[in-house]
Design a binder for this molecule. Structure first.
Ligand SMILES: O=C(O)CCC(=O)C(=O)O
Ligand SMILES: [Mn+2]
Length: 235
């Protein structure tokens, strides 16, 4: 056996249903941890789920660079809080957002039509960094600022028709670690949660946005701010 290849379930991935659920997940999910040749391009883990593929690069940025991006984005991004309509009622979104693109006119998601701001030098550098792990032609980025544990992002999929049938989504995290939950739309026992760390990149691929939902739940734990960026391609 290749001594560099370790098969294991990472401590980050855990079912949140119950013990039996956990056993089912362990049987169905193979995670492999590969000793990185180059930490910046090898995922810490990747997993083939039914109808989806996830790759997680825990330290795509060293801490000093991740700190720089977090502070820069916190101060320089024109954060805004939009109202959303849910079942006829209007709520302030429980987080701040900002959309950036050099080519799009508008982007509509969750019933909101956003006008993109231009890409900044930092956002372009973050976009370019994704090329070290994957070929892509993303043309916009949606940023979220979760100010504390009361900010959240409810169950949804990134499945707007402008993204095409099976979009690839690249998701950076900076700041506080938060849990990210997934559930399959039809296979009820397929649920998992992972922790998204400062300076990490998560790639969501395959048919994930068609068959799975994801969320960042609220938490009562004291929580520092967190910034998330999802790079997408609008067709
Ligand atoms: O904050 C995150 O990690 C996820 C954000 C997300 O799912 C979205 O903006 O569509
Ligand atoms: Mn999403």
């Amino acid at each position: 056996m290749n001594p560099k290849l370790i098969f294991s379930v990472p401590p980050l991935v855990d079912s949140f249903v119950n013990h039996f659920q956990r056993q089912a997940d362990l049987k169905n999910i193979f995670i492999f941890l590969r000793m990185p040749k180059n930490a910046s391009i090898s995922p810490e883990w990747q997993v083939d789920l039914p109808d989806a593929h996830l790759s997680y690069y825990r330290n795509i940025f060293p801490k000093i660079e991740a700190d720089h991006y977090f502070n820069h984005l916190l101060e320089q991004i024109p954060w805004q809080q939009d109202d959303v309509k849910v079942f006829g009622n209007v709520y302030a979104q429980p987080r701040l957002t900002s959309l950036h693109s050099n080519s799009l006119k508008t982007y509509t998601y969750s019933g909101l039509t956003l006008l993109p701001h231009p890409m900044t030098q930092e956002l372009t550098a973050l976009l370019d960094r994704i090329k070290t792990v994957s070929d892509h032609d993303f043309n916009c980025v949606l940023l979220n600022l979760y100010r504390d544990g009361a900010d959240s992002n409810g169950w949804h999929a990134d499945n707007e028709k402008e993204l095409g049938k099976h979009p690839q989504i690249a998701s950076y995290s900076f700041g506080a670690s938060r849990f990210f939950h997934f559930k399959h739309r039809k296979i009820k026992e397929q649920r998992l949660k992972i922790e998204l760390h400062h300076g990490s990149l998560l790639m969501m691929e395959g048919a994930m946005q068609e068959h799975w939902l994801h969320q960042i739940p609220k938490t009562k734990k004291p929580m520092e701010p967190r910034i998330n960026l999802t790079f997408r391609k609008i067709i």
